[in-house]
Design a protein around this ligand. Structure first.
Ligand code: UDP
Length: 327
């Protein structure tokens, strides 16, 4: 039997490339659609590549006709929260208009399975922790807002057009493929773990700690870091769930374990045997003190279990990747 094609938008990006690897290992055939604004051509290694923009309907129609994908995994989108405040138009265009264009192409092609990359930012400032799917959704950035709009759109598109979906709300993705074939490569890089590692490699002079007066054990913000391979596996499980006739659903996706900024610095120093200069800086606007996932829903319903997310492996795999990529 011919392999089933899975259309992966943003498949040349960080989480998308790891997911393509996991799909290929599971016997599926990823087809990457990416405009390469943030993606990297060399991270497309596990299937066909189509370069283009999701708002280009003719391009999408051609891709759907060529590959006849049985499902779409939609990673493509803009993620810089700060920029979403200063230039929301860019985010509505790339996150909302593009998703709608993609869903409409699916309707025309008769493709009815959709996995969506969402974020814990759809919840805004948490008032209960850990964060479960039942937490009220009140995003505080245009970025979070655009993701929530698509979540709502998906419910409406299912009711009216029968497109089934799984929404995966990521906490803090980190780490890299343990085999070193793909990893994180953002420009500009804003995330804690890569910036800590860049400082240890000497690519930066110091690491700023944003906020030391949070109501947490050591005063720094706590996040739920999840290994990108564990995230990738959750996409495979979500895909199987829908392809086997399961219902649409939304899942929070983290490990349930939080680490402070200072703890991450400590682990990064221990793993590498190096030390870094740090500077205590004011809080970053809009950063909640603690974000930790209640992932019991995905544990129970999809049988997902983090396998790579212990904090040492997370930092270690990222360290190996960055040394090879930039060393
Ligand atoms: N952070 C920091 N210094 C940095 C980058 C991030 O102290 O150079 C903090 C940030 O304020 C947050 C945590 O590290 O509390 C994780 O930030 P990141 O940007 O990696 O992910 P986010 O939680 O913002 O999605």
């Amino acid at each position: 039997m011919a392999k089933q094609h899975i259309l992966v938008t943003g498949g040349a990006g960080y989480i998308g490339s790891h997911t393509c690897k996991v799909l290929a290992q599971a016997g599926l055939e990823p087809v990457v659609v990416d405009n390469l604004i943030f993606g990297h051509r060399d991270l497309v290694r596990w299937g066909a590549f189509e370069e283009g923009d999701l708002r280009d309907s003719a391009f999408l129609d051609r891709v759907f006709q060529t590959y006849q994908p049985v499902a779409v995994i939609h990673f493509a989108g803009y993620t810089y929260v700060g920029e979403s405040v200063t230039d929301p138009a860019k985010f509505y265009a790339n996150n909302v208009v593009a998703a709608m264009s993609l869903l409409d192409a699916m309707r025309r092609a008769g493709c009815a399975v959709f996995i969506f990359s969402s974020t814990c930012s759809v919840f805004g400032m948490p008032d209960q922790l850990p964060l479960s799917e039942k937490h009220p959704q009140a995003p505080i950035s245009p970025y979070g807002q655009t993701k929530l709009v698509v979540e709502k759109m998906l419910a409406d598109y299912e009711r009216a057009y029968g497109i089934k979906h799984v929404v995966l709300r990521y906490f803090n993705a980190a780490g890299a493929d343990p085999e070193g074939e793909c990893g994180e490569d953002h420009d500009p890089e804003t995330h804690l773990i890569p910036l800590a590692l860049f400082t240890l490699m000497g690519r930066r002079n110091l690491l700023k700690i944003f906020g030391t007066d949070y109501p947490t054990e050591d005063g720094t913000a706590v996040r739920d870091y999840i290994h990108v391979m564990d995230l990738a596996e959750a996409h495979l499980l979500a895909l199987r769930h829908l392809l086997e006739g399961g219902q649409s659903d939304a899942f929070n996706l983290g490990t349930g374990q939080g680490y402070s900024v200072r703890k991450i610095i400590q682990v990064a120093e221990a793993v590498t045997g190096l030390t870094m200069a740090v500077e205590e800086a004011p809080r970053r606007e809009g950063d909640p003190p603690v974000l930790v996932s209640d992932s019991s829903h995905i544990f129970q319903d999809l049988g997902w279990k983090p396998r790579y997310s212990d904090i040492q492996s997370l930092v270690e795999t990222a360290w190996r990747w960055h040394q090879n990529r930039h060393g």
